[in-house]
Design a protein around this ligand. Structure first.
Ligand code: 13P
Ligand code: SF4
Length: 425
């Protein structure tokens, strides 16, 4: 069995991308930068449970004790509880999940258990918000550690996107609050937000004829958008937007970057008029670590090696790989490979290690030699899970994610459009 990422980090701190991760997550949680409110529109529970304030007894419990407590609390809560876990969660958490999947599958899983009173989401903030928006109004969504945000999601905030929208609409000579179709029946522009964004931005898309996408349906969603509009404003991940649109035949010159710190996003009016996809200046700090050099080295070491990467990786990396796809697509690629195959993966280390352990007859490795977990996914530790579950057994809800109903109703429009979008036959 491959060592868990916890062990790897503890064993090789100097090889980790973030030495702060060597400490327990409760120490790491007190590092400024993340916490309740780090994702905009975060409704703070009252009383606020600050990250790093996990009751000390849970910080001191052994792995065995935490395991026994989680198993017992889960058994007591029975059908009332559903635990969802993203592929990037550590093994020590994934083993308790009723559903494990990519962000699209987990959004659908949240819809599939309307009878469960509580959804405990072992993932990051935007995923728990989405579960709250899609679930029934009498269901409660809990994020075990409120400090589990997503740095990419935070790269697009509501007011910067509103400002960008106004400037862009002004360039096209349309009212930003009332963009209407032209003589061809198409809108000049519509917004597309990656699932990795706040509920407020999903609501923005809902209000402006836009839609949400995930890495598993981005091409379908862009097709949907181009049927209705001449252009899209795609946020926050420039790489997913560029990789997807490029594969659909959109020229790079027609995909200018929108830098929210610059006038007209750093573009000329002409560039904006010629654009098909305006790419927000966001990225994932885990996936941008993957490089073409790593792929070249892997191929030099083994010319038969197959390479698959997540589409949040830079374009040059996706182009140099044999395949790219969502976390679920990566999982399927590995499952479809043959014993003896060698596969280099460009995605988060917990998932790569789990696949390597699941398929010991294949040689599976992470392209990045430096161990780099998603530092926010990592914040869901069994200690937090044991705490929120035992509190639930006592009838107390901690770390609830509750999206404002007005935001939620508009965000749901954009999410429902995504759920209804089907790939062209
Ligand atoms: P998936 O939709 O592929 O699960 O990706 C979510 C994510 O955050 C990847 O960094
Ligand atoms: Fe966000 Fe990147 Fe972590 Fe995914 S891997 S949750 S995009 S920071």
């Amino acid at each position: 069995m491959t060592a868990s990422v916890n062990d790897l980090i503890t064993l090789t701190p100097k090889d980790s991308c973030n030495t702060k991760l060597v400490a327990g997550p409760w120490d790491f949680d007190t590092v400024p930068g993340y916490g309740p409110g780090s994702s905009q529109a975060d409704q703070l529970p009252d009383p606020v449970s600050r990250p790093g304030q996990l009751p000390e007894r849970y910080q001191l419990m052994s792995d065995t004790e935490l395991d026994e407590r989680i198993v017992a609390a889960k058994a007591t809560l029975g059908e009332e509880l559903v635990i969802l876990g993203h592929f990037y969660q550590r093994d020590e958490v994934v083993k308790y999940a009723d559903f494990v999947g990519d962000s699209f599958q987990l959004a659908k899983a949240a819809l599939s258990r309307p009878k469960a009173k509580t959804i405990v989401f072992c993932g990051v903030h935007f995923m728990a918000e989405t579960a709250d928006i899609l679930s029934e109004s009498d269901q409660t969504v809990i994020l075990p550690n409120l400090a589990a945000g997503c740095s990419m999601a935070d790269m697009a905030d509501e007011s910067s996107v509103e400002t960008a929208w106004e400037e862009i609409c002004e360039t096209y000579g349309v009212d930003p609050e009332h963009v209407v179709p032209d003589a061809e029946g198409k809108l000049p522009i519509l917004p597309v937000t990656y699932m990795n964004s706040s509920a407020a931005l999903k609501a923005f898309c809902g209000r402006h004829g836009g839609i949400v996408c995930t890495s598993s349906n981005a091409a379908t969603v862009l097709e949907w958008a181009f049927e209705r509009a001449h252009r899209v404003l795609f946020f926050p991940d420039q790489h997913l937007g560029r990789n997807t649109a490029k594969a659909m035949g959109v020229a790079l010159e027609q995909m200018p970057m929108w830098n929210p710190r610059k006038a007209l996003g750093g573009n000329t009016e002409e560039q904006l008029r010629e654009a098909k996809v305006l790419l927000w200046h966001g990225f994932c700090s885990v996936h941008r670590r993957f490089t073409v050099d790593q792929i070249t080295q892997a191929r030099a070491a083994d010319p038969q090696v197959k390479i698959i990467v997540h589409p949040e990786c830079p374009m040059e990396v996706v182009d140099a790989a044999d395949a790219s796809g969502s976390t679920d697509a990566i999982q399927k690629f590995i499952a479809a490979a043959s014993p003896g195959d060698s596969i280099g993966i460009g995605t988060e280390i917990n998932m790569v290690n789990r696949l390597a352990a699941q398929y010991p007859d294949r040689s599976i490795f992470c392209l990045d030699p430096v161990i780099c977990p998603c530092s926010t996914m990592y914040r869901i530790h069994p200690g937090y899970l044991a705490w929120v579950l035992e509190e639930l057994v006592e009838g107390r809800v901690n770390n609830q994610i509750s999206v404002d109903p007005k935001v939620s109703s508009h965000a749901k429009i954009a999410l429902d459009r995504m759920l209804a979008a089907k790939p062209k036959a």
